[in-house]
Ligand binder design. Structure first.
Ligand code: THU
Length: 126
């Protein structure tokens, strides 16, 4: 398996742990830290919907809070089979905490690769 295939397999594994009873839209993410270790994340919803936490944030924070210095790549999949593009809040989050990461979106049709500079042009920065 290629490194991207391994990341996809891990992101799909993460789908099973998602708690999305309100939207029924499960998101699975796998990130590779600069050490080479892979961390999974999934979305967690709350009946007070604004409190829901996106899968990307869970995976990135797991990696960084375990001591990773940076994130090399991020793989995002959803339970719906189509491409799941990161939400606006996650884009701002990725820019702050993993600006150099390759961002892979996987669907039934294949894998697309982006940088955060492509997904969030003209970003707010201080
Ligand atoms: N979601 C994510 O986990 N990541 C994204 O980038 C897009 C949206 C979640 C939030 C919510 O639990 C569900 O997908 C969509 O309603």
């Amino acid at each position: 398996m290629t490194p991207v295939e391994v990341l996809l397999q891990e992101a799909r594994k993460a789908l099973q742990f998602s708690r999305a009873p309100y939207s029924k839209f499960r998101v699975g993410v796998a990130v590779e830290g600069t050490s080479g270790r892979i961390y999974r994340g999934c979305n967690f919803e709350n009946p007070s919907l604004m409190m829901s936490i996106c899968a990307e944030k869970v995976a990135i924070l797991k990696a960084l809070s375990e001591g990773e210095e940076g994130i090399r790549s991020i793989m995002i999949v959803s339970s719906e089979g189509g491409y799941c593009s990161p939400c606006g809040s996650c884009r701002q989050f990725i820019l702050e905490f993993s600006p150099k990461a390759a961002i892979y979106l996987a669907s039934d049709k294949g894998i697309k690769k982006y940088s955060i500079q492509e997904l969030l042009p003209h970003a707010f920065q201080k």
